[in-house]
Design a protein around this ligand. Structure first.
Ligand SMILES: Nc1nc(=O)c2c([nH]1)NC[C@@H]1CN(c3ccc(C(=O)N[C@@H](CCC(=O)O)C(=O)O)cc3)C=[N+]21
Ligand SMILES: [Mg+2]
Length: 301
């Protein structure tokens, strides 16, 4: 079998098209221009590229983009003060503080200072709780992107599928489990202490790999016909491209897996672009809720 490639880049482009329409409608019918503020502390080049991409796409869909670039030695108090200012700013409907933060800043404290109404990452305890009980609000971007890809692949019905999630992080594994439960999957969350991991994964109709270990999931770990969502984005040396060169690989050994799976997301071009598109989707959701409007159903879980 050669797997169908699940094209997250194309799906994300189409999603941004839909988002552009929602932005236009919020403007023309309600006089609201959704605004997303992105805060970055320090000069990590990868984070900078990534934040610039977000800002560019935010503007492309017609939203206001506010970028705050702070030096690496910014104090925790100054960062908290900026977050409070953005919480109070009426043109800002979404706040994203790029992680990781420098070591001298308490990340939990910063996240808990973000107004949950503007928490487009869905990192605050209030929003994590809402996802768990199915209340409207933003949904963790990467899991939401994975869910959209899976719903599209299975024509909207995931009922009864056995989903095995590798990784139990607050960012991906745990919210992914909640969303797949809502869609009537049988969910197994495997992690670094799971025994006989390959045997567990071999039971899966759906595999979501989010462990951050390059090419850990092998082709022979998969049940023939499984659908594989690879969340990993690992930069590894690529001597075949020349000395000192690198490439991106996922948490799944793609070439092997594509021989066994029925469908698989590539890296790059799979889940990554969906994460950013879902950030924009969440900004529509928060801008709607802040203004007492029902968020568009095509942008949320
Ligand atoms: N508050 C916060 N929220 C985040 O959502 C967040 C964060 N901090 N810190 C960093 C991570 C990382 N992350 C990525 C999203 C998309 C791609 C992406 O689009 N990747 C492209 C490839 C990019 C490349 O070529 O390097 C792809 O997979 O095709 C990558 C990484 C969001 N993060
Ligand atoms: Mg783990």
């Amino acid at each position: 079998m050669t797997a169908k490639i699940i094209d997250g880049k194309l799906f994300a482009e189409n999603l941004r098209g839909a988002i552009t329409g929602h932005v236009a409608r919020l403007k023309s019918e309600h006089g609201i221009t959704p605004g997303l503020a992105v805060v970055i502390v320090g000069e990590d080049p990868a984070s900078q590229v990534y934040v610039s991409n977000k800002a560019k796409q935010t503007a492309e869909v017609g939203m206001n983009s506010f970028k705050h670039e702070l030096p690496a030695d910014t104090s925790e108090a100054d960062l908290l003060a900026l977050v409070e200012k953005l919480n109070a700013h009426p043109a800002v409907h979404g706040i994203l503080v790029q992680l990781p933060l420098p070591g001298h800043i308490d990340t939990t404290k910063v996240i808990e200072t973000i107004d949950p109404a503007k928490d487009v990452d869905c990192f605050t305890p209030a929003n994590v709780g809402k996802v768990q009980i199915g209340l409207p609000g933003p949904v963790s971007c990467t899991p939401l992107g994975c869910l959209m890809l899976l719903r599209d692949h299975f024509a909207g019905d995931l009922t009864g599928k056995h989903a095995v999630i590798l990784g139990r992080s607050n960012l991906v594994g745990k919210p992914m489990a909640q969303l797949l439960l809502r869609d009537n999957c049988t969910v197994t969350v495997a992690h670094s202490n799971t025994q006989n991991l390959a045997d567990v994964v071999r039971q899966a109709d759906i595999v979501v790999a989010a462990v951050g270990r390059p090419e850990m999931v092998r082709g022979d770990w998969l049940k023939p016909g499984a659908v594989v969502i690879d969340v990993g984005i690992n930069r590894v040396p690529a001597p075949e491209k020349g000395e000192g060169k690198t490439k991106l690989v996922g948490d799944v050994a793609y070439a092997e897996a594509a021989e066994v799976a029925s469908a698989i997301t590539p890296v790059p071009g799979g889940v990554g672009p969906m994460t950013i598109a879902c950030l924009l989707a969440n900004t529509i959701t928060t801008a709607s809720l802040i203004n007492g409007l029902v968020p568009p159903s095509d942008l949320t879980a």
